[in-house]
Design a protein around this ligand. Sequence first.
Ligand code: UDP
Length: 334
Amino acid sequence: MTVSSSGSRVCLVTGGAGFIGSHLVERLLADGHIVRVVDNHSTGRRENLGHLRDNPNLSETVADIACDDLAAVFAGVEWVFHLAALADIVPSIQDPVGYYEANVHGTLRVLEAARASGVSRFVYTASSSCYGLPDLMPTPETAEIKPQYPYALTKYLGEQLALHWNKVYRLPVVSLRLFNVYGPRSRTSGTYGAVFGVFLRQKLAGQPFTVVGDGTQTRDFTFVTDVVSAFVAAAGSDLSGEILNVGSGGTYSINQLVELLGGQITYIPKRPGEPDCTFADTANIRNLLGWSPKVNLQEGVSRILEDIEYWRQAPLWTPDSIAEATKDWFKFLS
Ligand code: UDP
């Protein structure tokens, strides 16, 4: 295994061209690590790594974790960060097989490649959507698992695989359950999804924000650099077989978000199967990794607004196009 005296590690980031992945790559390079990215560019964007491309410690492989041979890219890797996945609710309802392929079978193949190359750390990116409509607030890792749609289920199955590989093959796995991550470069693919991409594009166009319900529902909006710090802390730890929530330490209403972004509002119907609140219990990650979030919503929003032009190419959603795009949500989740 290649461990240099400087503490620099050979890292592999699957999904490294994506929103969270690209921030993680940036941080790992800044910390002096050697970083390999595997991404199929299905939702990740080449430009997300554009500012890092001159760094000789970064290499990129365009490959699909679900079907391409991964052995070469895994050779000599010490830390694996597995972020490659399909996200979003509606497309997962429409294409459960595609989601299973990417998020479950893809994870299996990444685990097997990691096992074969003898990595020293495997960090799995899990989703707080596994808690569904949680009964406990803040929600601890021991809460009941109630996935509401195929995205949530497939991310949970991937987590189960990773933990099983830990148990049976002693693969040193840590699973991070992320709560509503936002920040610069937050994803803007064609599908309707994460509220930041929707609202920032609406703001740029001078259109009203499409607030779901009455906007009093709250989310544990977690700034991406805090999430990245959790990944780095997990990789540097000696934890094994651990599941840890990653949240902001608070929960914020959509009305608060709208106030911080500034603009008009139009209301759209509440969607079935949506929690009124997400709020991570972060006691475990604070205790076990000494990690704590640093960026509150106010600061995070002001940082994201500095970069608002990024969302100019994102789709502009209106109440009508959202109603059309979420038809299957209402059909299957009610
Ligand atoms: N939301 C909203 N308008 C939109 C999209 C989302 O008010 O056009 C709200 C949604 O009701 C939820 C929050 O924003 O309370 C976060 O939604 P997102 O889809 O980003 O995450 P999730 O609901 O999966 O936590």
